[in-house]
Design a protein around this ligand. Structure first.
Ligand code: DQA
Length: 147
């Protein structure tokens, strides 16, 4: 079983960008924790970050026939990208979206979410711990697929 983790624009700046919103943790640290959970559960995991919408679409398409689950934080593209939404629909792989901040409590422009309707679940507002929750949720989904 394989999980692909896709991180959108500016998430490579975690630990630097708006620490009062996103906290001090760097993306590499988040990924190291997810890798540990994957290893403990005998699951393969791959990490991908891009600031470019088309590269994210390409990565989702590459998951077809390769991955059993996708964990995605589409970051700002969450609020705008029909292309990423359509890619998630196209590959038909269980997908969990994560947002570090609670987007529901933020600006009006963050209240539009193009991605959530095509995802199995959305995890918002737990900080970096949301990625751990997403791993737990994805392992549960995979157990259901196997059963
Ligand atoms: C984010 C929320 C988005 O609105 C924002 O553009 C991001 C990060 C989050 O993880 O809280 O870049 O996806």
């Amino acid at each position: 079983m394989k999980i692909v983790v896709i991180q959108g624009p500016n998430l490579n700046m975690l630990g630097v960008r708006e620490q009062q919103i996103y906290g001090p943790m760097k993306l590499e640290q988040i990924h190291a924790q997810m890798k540990d959970v994957a290893t403990q559960n005998g699951v393969e995991i791959e990490f991908f970050q891009s600031n470019l919408e088309g590269e994210i679409v390409d990565k989702i398409q590459e998951c077809y026939g390769e991955a059993h689950g996708i964990i995605i934080n589409a970051a700002a593209y969450t609020h705008t990208s029909i292309a990423i939404r359509d890619a998630i629909s196209a590959v038909n792989i269980p997908t969990i979206e994560v947002h570090i901040s609670n987007i529901h409590r933020r600006e009006d422009f963050r209240q539009t979410n193009m991605i959530a309707p095509v995802c199995a679940s959305s995890i918002v507002g737990f900080g970096p711990f949301g990625y751990h929750l997403a791993m737990m949720g994805m392992l549960q989904i995979m157990n259901e697929i196997k059963a």
